[in-house]
Write a protein that binds this ligand. Sequence first.
Ligand code: SAM
Length: 310
Amino acid sequence: MFKGSAWDEDTGVTYAFKSFTRDDMNGQTGKSGKQRKQNRRKKVEKDRLHKKEVTSLSIKKERTKKGRFKSDIGKPVEKEQPAGPRIASSGSLGNKLRTNLKGSRFRYLNEQLYKASGSDGLSLFQNKPSDFEAYHEGYRHQVEQWPMNPLRKIIGEIKKLPATLIIADFGCGDAILAQSVPHKVYSIDLVSVRDDVIAADMANTPLKTGSIDVAVYCLSLMGVNLRDFLLEANRVLRKGGLLVIAEITSRFNSIDEFIRNVASCGFQLERRELSHKMFVFFRFSKHQTVAKDSAVAKSFSLKPCLYKKR
Ligand SMILES: C[S@@+](CC[C@H](N)C(=O)[O-])C[C@H]1O[C@@H](n2cnc3c(N)ncnc32)[C@H](O)[C@@H]1O
């Protein structure tokens, strides 16, 4: 005996084979010709009946004028999609494209900032301020992917300092630091996104010499002229004032070399924190004034932080 099932492509119906003897299958046993003829006739009749059964089932699967199976009427309708790649809806494709474009624009602007001098960065955004918003939107999105936001850690540290101290936040972005601490904060960036943000290249700011107690650079040592930024910090800080830096670990070839370069701009290392996998934190204090034209401070930069396409 053989049993089985088959799927009929035309009708969409799965049906079970009836049982057959080996004779039915190959028609040769030791039986007489008359018996074989009778068996063949029986098989033809069985097949006829079976076909009828299948046809009657397929009536239930008959299609309506709109092409639906009549038996499917009342069931939820699945939306037909146009030929081509399967997508959830045209709206989500639009969103995906927009997200990709935004991502590319952010990566392009980010790269420009890392590879240019501060003054070129200033021209970049002054010529097209909407790029600044595009950069920051992308940056905010990046921060959300990180296990921590280094700015939060810096805010925590500033809060522990006397509220009378005056802070300068160089490369402030959305000026979150100023909004989070009780101190007087001068927020500086290439474009002013708020009334209290000073638009300037942080190599040349309008801040008064010796007027600042704490200079903060949170992931903002972008550009190729870090010496110019740190000599400006040296100018505006009072003696003994603090220089707080957070940077992405992968930007450093050598942490010790970076510390030496910062020291050449008139700073002394107070503390470094290398325990976090992704970020490094430094605290220096100003121990001497170094003039901008001094040959003691050498030009230096860090590797750019280029984000990968996700
Ligand atoms: C990665 S974002 C960090 C923003 C902010 N510090 C934070 O942690 O959210 C770096 C910021 O530095 C600013 N920046 C880069 N080079 C600058 C320069 N030469 N002068 C002023 N701001 C600069 C950028 O415009 C950007 O807003």
